[in-house]
Structure formats: structure tokens, C-alpha cells
Design a protein around this ligand. Structure first.
Ligand code: NAX
Length: 326
């Protein structure tokens, strides 16, 4: 029998985890032959509610689940972890400014970065899902100096999937026919969903949808989809967020098909002129557990301006919490 892979999940009593955990034990991440153990992290006040989630996990009688533990101490939660989903974060409260939100979460992610540094497996893959994702990931990796920064990523896969789905429905295709979409930048309304390199059914997407619809409807629809889900559902995206987290991590572990890329926020190496060190969403290919930013895609002035705007926002965010970067 294979050795179980140790998966840690923070925010384990929250709504995204309520979908993610059950898909993990069903084998949706690593396949149906790979056993796992789950190490669940929550704030002390929610450990009771987390016990209820653990009861439900047990009631699935899932053959792949070889153990569950619950923690409020991140060092214990991340001990020996191979895969980590950092889902837990403080939501924006009444009267809270964006600066306060950044600050409170940067504190959480600096503690969790240090904990990962201390106890996680050296090859751990850490996906930040909790908002504001890019800057939280930056804080976490900068507080984990003994782990390679390449082991950290932030999630823009939900934005990527939203873009793919919208293009598929607009052109009357299946989402699997759409390739080459990119979400650049911050997981915020400055993100830039880019279809200049995208194709559907082998033909450039821009030819199908037209430049006007792309510039005037598509971009803002993708940028504001999260807010629209909240407006209609009364709660933020949960199952689609869990699905995106799973797909992001699955591609990271198992790789992307030849010639295909996905969007993933990773530490900038200066590609496309993005300030080195920022956690920025790029097109990446993945192979044998390693990501690589797709190089040298041509960008027009329209695209460059939007990439610069999202970069500027991330520089501002970083500067607000710089004191928490180790
Ligand atoms: P919930 O509020 O349902 O759950 C969050 C959980 O995190 C809570 O149970 C809370 O107690 C826990 N938590 C808070 N601080 C913690 C800490 N220091 N250690 C451990 N656990 C902690 O939120 P949910 O809907 O599950 O969303 C989780 C995060 O994902 C939010 O920050 C949300 O904004 C973000 N999202 C990110 C998306 C993305 O595309 N990157 C999309 C979906 C989602 O909006």
C-alpha cells in the first residue's frame, strides 16, 4: 500500500472546506489509489464545530482516509505536511478598511508561514486560498525562509475557470475546447482576464467573441463574478472555490498537458516586467511538481496597461504590510 500523503487544511470548519474536504477523501486530488491523512486547523472557538465535520468525514467510510486530526496550533497542524491548503482567513468586518483587512490577515499568514517553516515537509506545496490571497502568500513565504519560495502559490484558478466558462457559453463550446486563457495579477477587481492568446475549437477566441464584447463585457464580468455570486446566493463562492483549489493543486502535483497552461499566482521573477518578489498571477505550465512561467508571450498596449495597474495595486498592498515580511 502507498504511504498516505499528509494534507493540512486551515479554515477547516468554513464553507469552502466543507466542500473541499469531502472531495479530498473521494480521491479527487491524487486519484483513487492514493491514501491520505487530514490535519485540520481552526481557531479555538470553532474546534467544536470542526468535530461535527470530522464526524461527517467518518460517516463517509472513505477507504482513502487514513486518519484525521484537529488543531488550533499551526505548528502541530502542519507537521510533516506534504500538501497545504491555507483557506482560513479573517473576513472583512463592519467598519474595517482594506488596510485593516490586509493587516489582520498578514498577521495570521506570518504566523502560519513561520509554522510551515518549522514543521512542514521540505517539499510541501502550499496553496493560499484565503483573501487577500496574493499578499497573504507573499507574507507566508517571506516568513518561511527555509522553504523554497516556489513551494507557495495563491489561487487565481477560480477566476481562470470563470473566464473559461464564460467563453465556452458565449461561443457555444464545451469548456474543454477553450485553451490559452490567462488571468494576470491580483485576485481582486484589478485582475486582468486576457484572451489574446486563447483559442476555442482551434480558432482565436477574439474572432468568435469580438473586441467590443471582450473589452466592455467579458473583463468586468469575470472581475466581478465573486460579488455577483454573493448578490445572488447570499454567500460567497464555496463549492466552485473548493473545485478551483483542487484543480490548482492537482495540476501542480500531476502536471499540465503538453502545450497547455493555467493561471497561478506565484512569486515574480521579473517576467513581463512585473516587480520581482510580488506574488502575481501568470500563465504557468507545470511538470513533475514544478511550475514555470510561460515566457515571451507578446503583449499589446491594452494588456500591458492592465498588467501594470494590477501590479501597482499589489505593490501598494505589499507596502502596507511590509513590516510583517521577514
Ligand atoms: P468561511 O468564513 O466560511 O471560513 C473561513 C474559516 O477560516 C472559518 O471557519 C474561520 O474560523 C477560519 N479561520 C479564520 N482565521 C483562522 C486562522 N488564523 N487559522 C485557522 N482558521 C482560521 O470562509 P470561506 O467561504 O470558506 O472562504 C475562505 C477564504 O477563501 C476567504 O478568505 C474567502 O474570501 C476566500 N476565497 C478565495 C477565493 C479565491 O478565488 N482565491 C474564492 C472563494 C473565497 O471567496
Amino acid at each position: 500500500m502507498r504511504t498516505p500523503v499528509r494534507i493540512a487544511v486551515s479554515g477547516a470548519a468554513g464553507q469552502i472546506s466543507y466542500s473541499l474536504l469531502f472531495r479530498l477523501i473521494a480521491g479527487d486530488l491524487l486519484g483513487h489509489a492514493q491514501p491520505i491523512t487530514l490535519s485540520l486547523l481552526e481557531v479555538p472557538a470553532l474546534l467544536g464545530a470542526l468535530d461535527g465535520v470530522v464526524m461527517e468525514l467518518a460517516d463517509c467510510a472513505a477507504p482513502l482516509l487514513h486518519g484525521v486530526s484537529c488543531h488550533s496550533d499551526p505548528v502541530a497542524a502542519f507537521a510533516g505536511a506534504d500538501v497545504v491548503f491555507l483557506v482560513g482567513a479573517r473576513p472583512r468586518g463592519a467598519g474595517m478598511e482594506r488596510r485593516d483587512l490586509l493587516e489582520v490577515n498578514a498577521e495570521i499568514f506570518s504566523v502560519q508561514g513561520r509554522a510551515l517553516n518549522e514543521s512542514a515537509h521540505r517539499d510541501v506545496k502550499v496553496l493560499v486560498v484565503g483573501n487577500p490571497v496574493n499578499t497573504n502568500a507573499l507574507i507566508a513565504l517571506s516568513n518561511a525562509p527555509d522553504l523554497p519560495p516556489e513551494n507557495f502559490a495563491a489561487m487565481t484558478r477560480l477566476d481562470h475557470n470563470r473566464a473559461v466558462s464564460l467563453l465556452a457559453s458565449r461561443t457555444g463550446h464545451n469548456p474543454s475546447d477553450v485553451e490559452g486563457v490567462i488571468v494576470w495579477g491580483n485576485h481582486s477587481t484589478t485582475q486582468f482576464p486576457d484572451i489574446h492568446h486563447a483559442r476555442v475549437g482551434g480558432r482565436p477566441v477574439i474572432d468568435w467573441v469580438g473586441r467590443d464584447w471582450y473589452e466592455q463585457t467579458f473583463i468586468t464580468t469575470v472581475q466581478n463574478r465573486g460579488a455577483e455570486v454573493i448578490r445572488v446566493r447570499g454567500k460567497s463562492s464555496a463549492a466552485s472555490g473548493a473545485n478551483a483549489a483542487l484543480e490548482h493543486m492537482r495540476d501542480w502535483v500531476l502536471g499540465t498537458p503538453e502545450g497547455c497552461w493555467v493561471s497561478m499566482a506565484v512569486r515574480s521573477d521579473g517576467s513581463y516586467g512585473v516587480e520581482p518578489g510580488l506574488v502575481f498571477s501568470f500563465p504557468v505550465t507545470l511538470c513533475e511538481g514544478t511550475w514555470r512561467i510561460v515566457p515571451n508571450l507578446p503583449l499589446d498596449d491594452f494588456s500591458r496597461a492592465r498588467i501594470r495597474a494590477s501590479e501597482a495595486e499589489l505593490i501598494l498592498e505589499r507596502d502596507m504590510v511590509r513590516h510583517l515580511m521577514a
